[in-house]
Design a protein around this ligand. Sequence first.
Ligand SMILES: Nc1nc2c(c(=O)[nH]1)N[C@H]1C(S)=C(S)[C@@H](COP(=O)(O)O)O[C@H]1N2
Ligand SMILES: [Mo]
Length: 244
Amino acid sequence: MTAPNDPADPLARALARRELLRRAAAGTVVTALGGGLWALAGEGLIRSARAETRADGRPRLPPGQRLITSLKPMGGTPGDPSRRNWRLKVHGDVAKPFELDFAELLQLEQVEQRCDVHCVTGWSVLGAQWKGVRIKDLADRAGLNKGVRHVIFEAAAGYTANVRLEDALAPTSLVAYEHDTRPLARPNGAPVRSLVPDLYFWKSAKYLTGIRFARRDQRGYWEERGYHNHADPWTEERYSYQEG
Ligand SMILES: Nc1nc2c(c(=O)[nH]1)N[C@H]1C(S)=C(S)[C@@H](COP(=O)(O)O)O[C@H]1N2
Ligand SMILES: [Mo]
């Protein structure tokens, strides 16, 4: 179990507290979006998130982002939500490809962390809790062949997202099945999604079915549709036309 970020997370707590006060006082502070209610955070908190510095020296809130208090379901075609039926294929350019079911996933080292996520449409959620297994541990078990540089997340209905190997192997990059102490909700990717918090959130594939390790890169669903191949929120790698 690890908590790379400060588990006390005063900023996320302050945000939640402030939202409660705002809702109670005004009743008009929420905006209806995508069928749910999403509160927009006040300017003061946005300023503190900008002022706060992460352990890696970067600002807590990447440029061009605003805060909301909980994940906004962004759609996509769901797969079978049942944990019992779930299988993950770990394959590609590896020595020992394998398949994992949910019970086997729970046998591996479990990681619980708080981290921030950033959607390219402009919202960020700070300090949410996630539980899962490190992608690094799955890679170690599969045994990457020399020259592997890329990882392709495979999901239900053919959704894919590609990330650089170094981003996938970061200690905060997980195969996640729990969010804010609850089983991952269906709109957020049940039963299991990938989580690469330091890239824009489309790289975190919901309804995960496979992880493929590759020497050669292959653009994923959004990367083929005009979005940036790397997707670093701090340098605002949003669109493919920005690629060097
Ligand atoms: N399988 C799948 N995963 C997906 C998507 C999708 O359409 N299908 N959308 C991506 C995008 S664009 C975002 S912003 C996040 C949204 O996650 P959320 O719906 O849990 O907020 O999931 C990503 N993962
Ligand atoms: Mo997105």
